[in-house]
Ligand binder design. Sequence first.
Ligand SMILES: NC(=O)c1ccc[n+]([C@@H]2O[C@H](COP(=O)([O-])OP(=O)(O)OC[C@H]3O[C@@H](n4cnc5c(N)ncnc54)[C@H](OP(=O)(O)O)[C@@H]3O)[C@@H](O)[C@H]2O)c1
Length: 349
Amino acid sequence: MLRIAVVGATGAVGRECLALLDGGIVPVERAVPVASARSAGRDLGGELGLSLPLADLVTLDELDPGDLDVAVLSAGAEVSAREAERLASAGVLVVDNSSAFRMRPDVPLVVPQVNPGALDDRPAPGLVANPNCSTIQLVRALHPVHELAGLESVVVATYQAASGGGVRGLRELADGSRAVLDDPTAQGAPGGRFGQPLAFNLVPEIGLPDEDGFTHEERKLVREPRKILGLPDLRVSATAVRVPVFDCHSEAVHLRLSEPVTAAAVEDALEATPGLRVHRRAHSPSYPMPRTVFARREDRALVHVGRVRVDPEDHRALALWVVADNLWVGAALNALQIVALAAKNGWLA
Ligand SMILES: NC(=O)c1ccc[n+]([C@@H]2O[C@H](COP(=O)([O-])OP(=O)(O)OC[C@H]3O[C@@H](n4cnc5c(N)ncnc54)[C@H](OP(=O)(O)O)[C@@H]3O)[C@@H](O)[C@H]2O)c1
């Protein structure tokens, strides 16, 4: 039984962590919700209808690391950079949802279905990094394809939901949509969580661009799959786009493979992979969509792959459409699956 802190418990990811803990994903002796002083006095157990053993909500200053086995951090990179090592040095296993430690060589970056061996031993710093939400669903779809036919290069365009921008992002999309429905000439102003108004719009820039014009989010999609898949030379090119859907990220993925494949062989390989659901070409519709994936609890826990196509003129060129819930598969569920794997490996407590 674990004593686990959920840091960022009032946020989009933190709330889903609590809901998954409530569902019994790992055995919990006590969950401690942690948020900023802004949230003092909130009763998350009541708000979210939780029945797990839940302590009162505290701030990080009030959190006692001596009373914890695990802390899942979902309060942004600044908070992680400031607090993660303090907690880890007190003996707490820290699973960090932010980008603060992902590329540090001594910190494993883990997707339990893809590189579980990275958790065979307790990492020396006491930190495990949870990858970016778009990375997780991408590598879960890529891994079986790599085992089947070898990956040479990846071109991915993401269609990322407002929930990737947290509670504030969800609110901005809802408010902005209402404003445009009330007044179709309303343009909204630049700024806010997405840099531009998202309602009835597409924003093809997530994070700041670097000197080459690629954004932070796009760079993560290049670096993180290389580390997780153990393919340091994998060619990856990404375009990350924010789209006006509330939940679930989608990705159009184009792959260059070492070996020729057939669509049926790829569908079979994906279908044989636990945690993936294939929407086969023979069925209708042959594709997953954010709204249908988000509608069912069991679908929210899976990575969905459809529109599997092999270029008829080049049997080493494969195209896929991948959809997953960014808050579960891309964040809370992956983080708690890391905790479950650590517990199974026996080095957690
Ligand atoms: N959203 C996603 O799809 C997604 C996916 C993968 C990873 N992530 C990462 O997960 C983290 C959280 O994202 P989110 O979308 O859940 O954000 P969010 O909805 O904005 O929630 C942020 C949370 O952090 C808390 N917080 C902020 N400052 C704090 C402080 N000084 N001390 C304690 N708690 C503090 C907030 O508490 P208050 O309510 O009290 O302000 C809130 O609970 C980010 O690092 C993000 O990059 C998000």
